[in-house]
Design a protein around this ligand. Structure first.
Ligand SMILES: Nc1ncnc2c1ncn2[C@@H]1O[C@H](COP(=O)(O)OP(=O)(O)O)[C@@H](O)[C@H]1O
Ligand SMILES: [Mg+2]
Length: 411
């Protein structure tokens, strides 16, 4: 009898724990790459992208399309959603319509982009050994033997252009001019999260890529709430989300320019934290912890991508704003120079520091607003725009990893 009851207790414990861990039903639903079946509040954008691409179903070359808007406004998701549906419809109708998706942040050279396009029509390009011009020639030749429509998506196109210029974009948007009339028709969809990139683009590239242009507006808190609720229904067990959690995530992400990726990350990380704590549900406290964790990771990621002098400038900003709300260009340069001397590296010019400040500002880690001081000329009001301890620990961690220990020069 004693034995029986003991084993009962053991099982009771195991079962209780298993029940407790019922938070995620399908975590993948919240992963950034998952394209959901429904995209609430993007009906207009789906309609616009759909009507541009629908030309492919008549055997025509759809106009090139330029899509821009802030991060997390659904540009990638909507584009892939429409393309999948288009492909299915084409199959139904017995038409040859294909697409290839290239993220140029990862596939960051013209060579890689062209190889990806080539392999989508079955042309294999060796990893190295050819010139980009030769790859292009082979691609053109292969395309001229094919029929149907090929839609090429170049996502995060600003990365490639910033690094390698816009020549590839110019060529691809006009590749049709090099192909005989009855060969495969190629349309380009260029996507960017960087609104400023739009103005940077050369006029002739903009006019060939932007035959059609669609701007994706940010989501507001209410819309994010709908998006999250729908995804959460599939991702979590019904009882796993406490009241108020979704709207809290939506409100936080709405403050960050209505970024749906931010909102989904928050919810996913909150769920992971709850699971790790052995909680049977996710509550607002888990979301608060998730927010801090995400901010830390983000700061760490940004800081570790910075070159040494940029990190030094950041460190100088920290020092110069220790007991006041902001610093200015002149003062910062002094603090920076002292730091550089202390660790024995050569200083860069004030001009270069000014560029670094603009970069840090763009990355969202500081704000460096230019103000006029009348006859004293211009200066910048420089302050951190993320939590100070987050930056300190990111800098410490990164300098430890890179073994450039300027953080504690005396150690
Ligand atoms: N309307 C929407 N409904 C459901 N999920 C969405 C919606 N808009 C964006 N998402 C999701 O938010 C995340 C970010 O969207 P994404 O398309 O990658 O944004 P962008 O490409 O504009 O940066 C993705 O996980 C995407 O599935
Ligand atoms: Mg995207």
């Amino acid at each position: 009898m004693v034995r029986a009851s003991m084993s009962e207790d053991i099982l009771e414990d195991i079962f209780a724990k298993a029940v407790k861990a019922r938070i995620f039903k399908k975590r993948d639903i919240l992963s950034p790459d998952y394209v959901p079946e429904r995209l609430p509040h993007r009906e207009n954008e789906i309609r616009k992208v759909g009507s541009v691409l629908a030309q492919a179903l008549k055997g025509n070359k759809p106009n090139n399309l330029f899509i821009y808007g802030l991060t997390g406004t659904g540009k990638t998701a909507v584009t892939l959603y429409v393309l999948r549906r288009l492909k299915t419809k084409a199959l139904e109708l017995g038409l040859r319509v294909n697409y290839v998706y290239v993220n140029t942040r990862q596939r960051d050279t013209p060579y890689k982009v062209l190889s990806d396009i080539a392999s989508s029509i079955g042309l294999r390009i060796p990893f190295t050994g050819l010139s980009t011009a030769e790859v292009y020639v082979r691609l053109v030749k292969a395309l001229s033997r094919e029929r149907g429509v090929l839609i090429v998506v170049l996502d995060e196109i600003d990365w490639l252009v910033r690094k390698r210029g816009d020549d590839i974009l110019y060529r691809l948007t006009r590749i049709g001019n090099e192909l005989p009339g009855d060969s495969m028709k190629v349309s380009i969809i260029g996507i960017t999260n960087d609104i400023r990139f739009v103005e940077m683009l050369d006029a002739r590239v903009r006019s060939s890529l932007g035959e059609e242009e669609i701007v994706f507006p940010p989501y507001n808190a209410e819309q994010l709430n709908d998006i999250l609720s729908e995804r959460a229904r599939e991702a979590f067990y019904p009882e796993a989300i406490k009241r108020g959690v979704i709207s809290y995530c939506a409100a936080l992400a709405a403050r960050e320019h209505g970024d749906a990726r931010r909102a989904l990350d928050l919810l996913r990380v909150a769920g992971e934290i709850a699971e790790r704590e052995g909680s049977s549900y996710v509550d607002v406290e888990h979301v608060k912890k998730a927010w801090i964790q995400i901010e830390r990771n983000r700061a760490k990621e940004i800081v570790s991508s910075l070159p040494l002098h940029a990190r030094l400038v950041l460190k100088a900003i920290l020092e110069a704003t220790k007991d006041k709300p902001y610093t200015t260009t002149g003062e910062l340069y002094e603090v920076y120079t002292n730091l550089a001397k202390k660790i024995g590296i050569e200083v860069v010019t004030q001009r270069r520091i000014s560029d670094i400040l603009s970069e840090l500002d763009m990355l969202g880690i500081i704000s460096a607003q230019i103000i006029s001081r009348g006859r004293y000329g211009k200066t910048r009001i420089i302050k951190l725009s993320v939590d100070e301890t987050t930056v300190v620990s990111a800098l410490e961690e990164v300098s430890r990893e890179k073994q450039q220990n300027f953080y504690h020069p005396n150690n």
